[in-house]
Ligand binder design. Structure first.
Ligand SMILES: *Cc1c(COP(=O)(O)O)cnc(C)c1O
Length: 350
């Protein structure tokens, strides 16, 4: 499998391996459970994050299809859009971002939106429509408009699907998930060097499913019994179980592997979404502070903050065995701390 992965076209965007370290103070506080952190926030592109690892496999597809402009879309403060814009610039491509307003954040230049602006991305801000996230019809219309516009410039567009996860637009293979098969192998080797037993759980935030699908394929292929637990930040667990399984199967096929990932391998919890995607509640603000105070590490309020709330709650509920080795995947997203500043001042007194 590692061989097939290596044969895939890939560009270099990140500093790998990203660090895997024990969270010493947190582990002590949680009665000696071994909790490690894999720093996918330190990939080194832009402000870091899981999307830059995915883009190592996506950019070659853009280049192979002779496009000069990458069009992609997501929410206003999207990490995916920022990382795509940064990767595009590194390869001399023009990023065109369609950003949907989804909750109460203003369109002011802050967080990722400021960084998109500094990168000179072409930015189109739209209303998300009545749907939970992005209304299908509003998306179709915005994409058609963007494609037409790019062709009028005399350029070839490449439409990349949100998160680089579910094949769509001009991406016909689960390229983002491939990167997370690789990340699983990387993490496994690091964990092996650092301790006796294999990792029991990898816990991380799930948003478009590619990260979880790739990790699940890697875990199954290595056969050490590592369970991948996705904490949904947006969609019902049932929908994610179906989508992640489908991306995982597609990933296995792309790698020439037999279909081994089963429905039971896709663990998703959705009870930590709470008020909705991107909405920062008191638990999330406190979890972000707890990580900072214990370990000097900043997590983000939209993804990793919710995953960390889940980790703490699951430990409390006795979900894990006391001998379990758990990896918390820090998938990035820290620029979202800034546009959410009012939530932190509200929930974190003095
Ligand atoms: C996109 C994102 C995720 C989720 O990854 P998916 O592959 O889209 O499920 C998690 N954390 C952060 C910070 C992200 O930006």
């Amino acid at each position: 499998m590692a061989e097939t992965l290596r044969a895939f076209p890939r560009v270099e965007l990140i500093h790998a391996p990203t660090p895997l370290r024990k969270l010493e103070r947190l582990s002590r506080e949680l009665n000696g459970l071994e909790i490690l952190i894999k720093r996918e926030d330190l990939t080194g592109l832009g402000f870091g994050g899981n999307k830059s690892r995915k883009l190592e496999y996506i950019i070659p597809d853009v280049i192979a299809k002779k496009a000069e402009v990458i069009i992609t879309y997501a929410s206003l403060q999207s990490n995916w859009c920022l990382q795509t814009a940064a990767a595009a610039r590194k390869f001399g491509l023009i990023p065109l971002l369609i950003l949907f307003r989804t909750h109460d954040l203003p369109d002011e230049l802050d967080g990722n939106l400021l960084l998109d602006h500094i990168l000179g991305a072409r930015i189109r801000i739209k209303d998300g429509g009545p749907g939970k996230f992005i209304d299908e019809a509003a998306l179709e219309e915005a994409l058609d408009e963007a494609v037409t516009e790019v062709r009028e410039w005399g350029h070839t567009p490449y439409v990349a699907p949100v998160g680089g996860s579910v094949p769509g637009g001009d991406m016909d293979k689960p390229l983002g998930a491939l990167a997370y098969v690789d990340a699983f192998l990387e993490m496994h080797q690091q964990a092996e060097r650092q301790g006796e037993k294999p990792v029991d759980y990898v816990i991380h935030a799930t948003g478009s499913g590619g990260t979880q699908a790739g990790l699940a394929v890697g875990a199954k292929a290595l056969g050490q019994g590592t369970r991948v637990l996705g904490i949904s930040v947006i969609e019902e667990a049932e929908i994610f179980r179906r989508d992640v399984l489908s991306i995982a199967r597609d990933t296995e096929k792309t790698l020439g592997l037999a279909p081994r990932v089963e429905a039971d391998d896709i663990l998703v919890l959705d009870e930590y979404i709470k008020e909705g995607y991107g909405i920062v509640n008191r638990d999330v603000a406190e979890a972000v502070r707890r990580m900072a105070v214990l370990e000097g590490i900043f997590i983000d309020p939209v993804y990793t903050g919710k995953a960390f709330v889940a980790l703490l709650d699951l430990v409390n509920k006795g979900y894990f065995e006391s001998t379990d080795r758990i990896v918390f995947l820090h998938t990035g997203g820290t620029p979202a701390l800034f546009p959410n500043k009012s939530r932190f001042t509200e929930f974190l007194p003095g």
